[in-house]
Write a protein that binds this ligand. Structure first.
Ligand code: PAP
Length: 335
């Protein structure tokens, strides 16, 4: 019988939903979520669950997928915090893992948005109304923004492979602010407010540093299962990034592929320039509810490292850097 934790909010901060209770039905879930701390500031209020902040709908889904998503050993999970390069990672991983099926001249990404080709575990993906995970053929390529500690525990026991992509927090914040203001009708959040909230660890799926740190530490403990990548590193040597991804995903580039320039082809197809030149990524979109409309084009803005300098002061950048540095102290992860 499904039930929600009855004791207190505190319980939700210390125990995992998959650990100690059968998952609640949706109405019970809503009741449970209404007992959690909520805070306004972003375009919609965020709810705190186990130190992380989520939109209500996301949290409902996160709790539900503990029950509905059954990890398979060969699942590949692309994990990011929002605005850290999800779209790019989806394009790269999809192209790499499907390269024996599709030619570059007639590739699905020429007519499908990268967000369409890899479904999120906990979010209704752009262009996909309902995904029956069980019906997807193996190996499944899936995406998530969930912290690693909130992935169903079977992802670990079954040895699923996880690729985590993170990005400099300053650029992530800038990207987040633009996205929020563009997607949500009537939202016009100023940078100063967004900056203060982000620095407090109050952002969708934040605190930023805890999300990165969890994946980072797991990548050190389980290097064959968790690959930790940085947006800036792929950007500075994308061919090497493709090689690294292919190797980790169990489909390393062959000598023949190396000499025929397959990695370069992958990089070119998935580049910001190519993707933004395609009609599918320029027009259309979906109503995401809650006054939000997701244009296909909204996932492509600048695609540049260091754009933060155009949107916040040097002092703000230094302040955020020092907060993140302090929070990540001792774990070896630096930005
Ligand atoms: P999501 O987490 O909401 O799915 P995500 O894809 O992480 O969004 O964020 C979009 C960012 O990735 C944008 O960054 P910007 O706002 O700083 O410009 C977007 O431009 C960038 N992006 C999208 N596609 C690519 C790509 N092919 N190469 C590099 N960056 C990309």
């Amino acid at each position: 019988m499904a039930h929600v934790p009855s004791d207190s909010v505190q319980e939700s901060v210390t125990k995992s939903p998959s650990e100690d209770h059968v998952l609640p039905k949706e109405t019970q879930l809503k009741d449970f979520i209404s007992t959690l701390p909520a805070r306004e500031g972003w375009s919609t209020p965020l709810i705190q669950y186990k130190k992380y902040w989520f939109r209500r709908q996301m949290l409902e889904k996160i709790l539900l997928v503990q029950d509905t998503y059954k990890p398979r050993t060969d699942d590949i999970i692309l994990a990011t915090q929002p605005k850290c390069g999800t779209t790019w990672l989806k394009a790269l991983a999809f192209t790499i893992t499907n390269r024996s099926r599709y030619s570059f001249a007639d590739h699905p990404l020429l007519t499908l948005h990268p967000q369409h080709v890899v479904p999120f575990i906990e979010i209704r993906s752009l262009g996909m109304d309902h995904i029956e995970f069980e019906t997807l053929p193996s190996p499944r390529l899936l995406a998530t923004h969930m912290p690693i500690s909130m992935l169903p525990s079977d992802t670990r026991s079954r040895g699923c492979r996880i690729v985590y992509l993170c990005q400099d927090p300053k650029d992530t914040l800038v990207s987040r602010l633009h996205f929020e203001n563009k997607v949500v009708k009537g939202c016009n959040l100023p940078m100063d407010n967004a900056f203060s909230m982000f620095c407090e660890g109050f952002s969708p799926y934040g605190p930023f540093w805890d999300h990165c740190r969890e994946y980072w530490e797991d990548s050190l403990a389980r290097p064959n299962n968790v690959l930790f990548m940085k947006y800036e590193e792929i950007m500075s040597d994308p061919v090497q990034g493709v090689r690294e991804l292919a190797k980790f995903l169990g489909v390393p580039l062959t000598e023949e592929e190396e000499s025929s320039g397959v990695a370069e082809e992958v990089v070119k197809l998935c580049s910001f320039e190519t993707l933004t030149s395609l009609q599918v990524n320029q027009v259309g979109g979906v109503d995401a509810g809650n006054k939000a409309y997701l244009d296909n084009s909204v996932f492509f803005r600048k695609g540049k490292v260091g754009d933060w300098t155009n949107h916040m002061s040097q002092e703000m950048g230094e302040k955020l850097d020092s907060i993140v540095q302090l929070k990540l102290q001792g774990c070896g992860l630096v930005f």
